[in-house]
Design a protein around this ligand. Structure first.
Ligand code: URA
Length: 430
């Protein structure tokens, strides 16, 4: 007989699980018969001892089958999604989804909340007053059909197992496991009923995969599983050794996304978005020059119009997007260079954790977020600075939290005497 105790013990001893055993664990936790503490222990054993490729496939299958699978084959266009493995300042989904919808693709996007030090698309959307992230599958499908894009969270119908396990991994430090990430990401994507998936596999000191080798390994695993489920797959490995864009934090990332969708915004986030979007247009076999198609949709307002349409369909207030009074922080603090030199190192994990410290991420599952918490960077990796130059401003709505975060942030950024080589933003396209 299988018991949670035996499952934990087997994984501690590096033994393989059968398909039936993995299904038992996933279903048992989802229906509440296996408690948090035993699931946490099993996740930790998997984190340390990993699952084989075949166990990962059983795990992914169990997650997919924990809920329904959408059928969107009736839509008159290519149905695609993008997924990022998670980073700091990564707001690409908010820009890319509407951008692809503006180019005639259909994007049914199920997203997650912030995980560990990384921000979550769902938390960002929920910061828009009125935006509903929990819709019925019928409503989700209706919005995708009408506007070309809908972004919401997993429901009790779609991957309920991932919804529960994801939340538990977030607070038990069991995120950075290849097989758990694979099951989590691919189950949601397979259940969405998409035809193609573009992956943004982050790599660096602010990513769950810190080395290009691990990032490639994860990209390969996700790609293989996607192909087995009949999806067209593309993956891009991108740098996460500094925050993406100039703004980090729930609301400040929504604001920066709006900026991008209105044709402005920082070059790095624009580049990552365009590279991923081109992969999607390519797999959809859209004719024409993809780069100029995408540039036009950003500059002529059609991508932003799609974003506004989606916000309205989800009950959100489009006026709030440009209202400086919404989610404004009560306290701010400037972090200045203490000497002349170059910004030679950014500990992106610590930067993400300073957002958590300010209330912009969760320490326990029930934490309510401070949407105003964030950081705006004026100088990033490789920039030369003089003593007293402002590197970044941190802000939130609780003074004591800001004080602690400022200390972390100051430790996370180093000014060096020597100039440093630029980081390569797009590491690999496959
Ligand atoms: N994103 C997900 O959806 N799941 C993970 O496990 C990590 C990133």
């Amino acid at each position: 007989m299988i018991t949670p105790f035996q499952m934990i013990r087997n994984k501690q001893n590096r033994l393989s699980h059968s398909e039936e055993e993995i299904l038992y664990m996933v279903d048992g936790f989802t229906d509440g018969s296996i408690p948090d503490y035993q699931m946490s222990a099993w996740l930790m054993a998997v984190y340390f001892n990993d699952m084989s490729d075949i166990e990962t496939r059983y795990y992914t299958k169990a997650m997919v089958n924990s809920g329904k699978r959408l059928d969107l084959s009736y839509l008159p266009g290519f149905v695609v999604d993008k997924h990022s493995t998670g980073g700091v300042g990564d707001k690409v989904s908010l820009i890319l989804g509407p951008l692809l919808a503006a180019c005639g693709l259909y994007v049914p996007m199920l997203s997650g909340r912030g995980l560990g030090h990384t921000g979550g698309t769902l938390d960002k959307l929920e910061a828009i007053p009125g935006y509903r992230t929990q819709l019925s599958l019928e409503e989700f499908q209706r919005i995708v059909e009408k506007t070309g894009i809908s972004i919401m969270g997993q429901t009790k119908d779609i991957c309920p197992a991932d919804k529960k396990i994801y939340a538990l991994r977030d607070v038990t430090s069991t995120v950075a496991s290849l097989s758990l990430i694979c099951g989590s990401i691919m189950s949601k994507k397979i259940a969405e009923g998409i035809q193609g998936l573009v992956l943004d596999v982050k790599c660096g000191n602010g990513a769950f995969m810190t080395t290009p080798e691990d990032a490639r390994k994860l990209a390969n695993l996700l790609t293989e599983v996607g192909i087995e489920y009949g999806l067209k797959m593309a993956s891009v490995i991108t740098d996460m050794n500094q925050p993406l864009g100039n703004n980090v934090g729930v609301w400040s990332e929504v604001r920066e996304s709006v900026d991008l969708l209105q044709g402005n915004g920082p070059a790095d986030i624009r580049e990552v978005t365009l590279v991923l979007a081109q992969q999607a247009l390519k797999m959809a076999q859209i004719p024409g020059d993809h780069h100029s198609l995408l540039e036009t949709a950003l500059s002529d307002g059609t991508a932003y119009a799609k974003f506004e349409e989606m916000v309205i369909e989800h009950g959100g207030s489009p006026e709030a997007l440009n209202d400086p009074g919404v989610n404004s922080p009560k306290f701010t603090h400037e972090i200045m260079a203490q000497k002349d030199g170059w910004i030679g190192h950014m500990d992106t994990y610590k930067i993400g954790m300073s957002i958590v410290e300010m209330g912009g991420g969760r320490i326990i599952q029930t934490d309510k977020l401070d949407n105003s918490a964030g950081i705006t960077f004026y100088n990033k990796f490789g920039h030369s600075v003089k003593t007293g130059d402002v590197i970044c401003t941190a802000y939130c709505s609780t003074e004591s939290k800001l004080d602690r975060a400022v200390k972390m942030l100051s430790d996370a950024i180093s000014v060096t005497d020597e100039s440093v080589e630029e980081l390569e933003l797009i590491i690999d396209i496959r």
